[in-house]
Design a protein around this ligand. Structure first.
Ligand code: BGC
Length: 374
């Protein structure tokens, strides 16, 4: 690269990051994150007045980092991710991504809608997981900065893409508030009836030290029931009471305390990998779903959502791959709290419906609130 061009790029980068530091509420700061083929992947950094920073990239509408303070005000990134595009392209287990068209599993990758049967890719044993072989996490989204510290990403999924009916226009808006909330809002419309289930797939580790497992985190989940699964992690259809099981998180519990219990459900998930049926004042109401905290750092995260379910996945399949520059994510060094509809809903008529029809707008919202404890 000619020297003068390099100097100009460095000067522009310095100016834009100086802007990010000094000017709070200046709006999202855009910077290149890498390339996918001929296309540029952009990063948008949102920043609030307490120094909380969320970085979102257009590849997969992915949250690549989220920096929050501990009880002493020390900032650290608390979501697993990489600072370059390469590891994401090599195949990452959905780190921070927006998953769709259908987050979670659909049994045998098959469902029947209005009398017609659709076959999706079976990319997880016999089942379809997180939208198939090339879900929304592996697509380039377009982004538009919004007023305040917010960015709205859009992806148009063609009719029949990954076997799903109808062209689906999906939007996800990330907004960082000065009240230390990160809200993630999903919207979608379709040209033909289709199942839709959109979720953010961030893996959290509130210690900010990704060499440490999440087992000492303390979790509360406001759910009296969960959906037990078969050997391939498809719900059996039962809504089982959590009382008296390792799935009872109605009172805050250390994750480690029961994860190794002899329990058929824990054995099937290799730990926690289940959907909780959230206790809601009314369907679709925004309500508190979970509170996650790390007693060592004092970092606490509250999860509120309009969604009916919460998939708590304790990072059981993390195995150190792929490794980015210096970053290796081992077994249970991150956990997901995926707010979403129940797995396999298109085949489970008793579960809340996930079918979107033309003329309707899919609309769901999840709000993460960061606090610290003494
Ligand atoms: C699923 C896990 C899966 C992980 C990464 C989670 O949403 O529940 O079973 O291993 O995503 O693919």
């Amino acid at each position: 690269m000619p020297k003068i061009r390099l100097i100009l790029i460095i000067a522009a980068a310095a100016l834009s990051s100086a802007g990010a530091v000094s000017a709070h509420a200046a709006g999202p700061v855009k910077a290149p994150f890498g390339r996918v083929g001929d296309e540029t992947v952009d990063a948008y950094t949102l920043r609030n007045r307490h120094g909380i920073e969320a970085k979102i990239v257009t590849w997969g509408a992915t949250l690549v980092s989220l920096t929050v303070p501990d009880r002493h005000g020390k900032l650290a990134n608390v979501v697993l991710g990489f600072d370059s595009i390469d590891p994401y392209l090599k195949g990452v287990p959905y780190f921070g991504a927006t998953v769709g068209r259908y987050a979670n599993r659909i049994a045998h990758g098959r469902f029947t809608l209005d009398g017609k049967t659709y076959q999706l890719p079976q990319n997880d044993g016999p089942n379809s997981l997180h939208g198939g072989t090339k879900g929304f996490d592996k697509r380039l989204w377009t982004a538009e900065p919004q007023a305040g510290e917010a960015v709205r990403l859009t992806y148009v999924s063609a009719n029949d893409e990954e076997g799903y009916p109808g062209a689906l226009t999906a939007h996800v808006t990330y907004r960082l508030g000065d009240d230390d909330t990160l809200s993630i809002e999903f919207q979608a419309t379709t040209t033909a009836p289709t199942p839709v289930n959109l979720a953010n797939h961030a893996y959290f580790n509130l210690t900010g030290d990704f060499t440490r497992p999440i087992l000492d985190h303390v979790l509360r989940v406001d759910a009296g029931r969960f959906t037990p699964v078969d050997a391939t992690l498809i719900p059996t259809g039962e809504l089982r009471a959590v009382a008296g099981t390792p799935f009872d998180f109605r009172k805050a519990e250390r994750i480690a305390s029961r994860i190794e219990d002899k329990d058929e459900q824990l054995a099937r998930g290799h730990g926690y990998d289940h959907n909780w049926v959230l206790d809601k004042p009314s369907p679709g109401a925004m309500s508190l779903a979970a509170v996650l905290s790390d007693p060592a750092s004092g970092r606490t995260m509250e999860v509120r959502t309009t969604q009916p379910g919460l998939q708590f996945y304790s990072g059981n399949f993390l195995d150190g791959k792929p490794a980015g520059a210096g970053t290796v994510f081992q077994h249970r060094t991150g956990l997901c709290l995926e707010t979403q509809h129940f797995p396999d809903s298109p085949n489970q008529p008793a579960f809340p419906s996930t079918i979107l029809r033309p003329g309707e707008t899919y609309s769901e919202k999840t709000v993460l609130t960061f606090k610290t404890s003494k």
